[in-house]
Every structure is written in C-alpha cells, then in structure tokens.
Design a protein. Structure first.
Length: 68
C-alpha cells in the first residue's frame, strides 16, 4: 500500500537524526501540526468529522465559511 522507496527514505532519515534529537522532537518533525491542517466544508462532511447540522451551527457561530 505504501511506496517502498519513500518508507526506506523515511527510515534512513529517522536513523540518521535519532542520535541528535529526542523521540518527541522526531515525532514533531514527522507529524503534521493541527494548526497546519485546513479542511473545506466538503472534506469535513466526507470524512465524517462533523455532521451537517453541527457544521452549520459552527459556521453560524464563528462566521467561518471557507476553510476550517
């Protein structure tokens, strides 16, 4: 399911950096920050993150309409 070359690159990168960085620092480097993720209304509904009524209520309360 995953491209072998990309996995091997990532493993090599982790092995190279593990001597200089803590596990928490490595995790932060490889995990996206919640602040960096923007979703459209359609994304939120399709992924089942929130229902239409909940999303509509959020939009009404925050006046956000494009990305969340």
């Amino acid at each position: 399911f995953f491209p072998k070359e990309k996995i091997l690159e990532r493993i090599d990168k982790i092995q190279t950096m593990k001597e200089d960085l803590s596990l928490d620092e490595l995790a932060n480097m490889f995990s996206p920050s919640v602040r960096e993720i923007l979703l459209t209304k359609e994304d939120i509904l399709c992924k089942g993150i929130a229902s239409e009524p909940v999303l509509q209520f959020f939009i009404e309360q925050t006046n956000k309409t494009a990305e969340f």
